[in-house]
Write a new protein. Structure first.
Length: 88
């Protein structure tokens, strides 16, 4: 199974507002590690408590919460943000 990556509207909006170099770094990481991968779980970590259906990826001080949809073979990027603010 080859996974595809999709972004929510809020993730796209957040990436556009971010510093250009940081957003380029995050997008490059997603392209390298998630697009077309066979197992998206090896790069991330599962979230707990009320967000146990989501996964989190780390890129420097930034976090990428995502939802892995195995039935659609899709990784849905929910948002992108600094580690101090992304889960609030």
């Amino acid at each position: 199974m080859i996974y595809q990556v999709a972004f929510t509207e809020s993730a796209i909006k957040t990436l556009k507002k971010m510093d250009r170099s940081i957003s380029k770094l995050i997008i490059a990481w997603i392209r390298k590690n998630l697009e077309g991968c066979n197992n998206p779980r090896i790069h991330g970590k599962g979230l707990t408590a009320n967000q146990s259906d989501k996964w989190r990826y780390k890129v420097g001080d930034y976090r990428i919460p995502a939802q892995i949809q195995d039935d659609n073979v899709l990784i849905l990027i929910l948002t992108v943000g600094h580690r101090s603010k992304v889960y609030k």
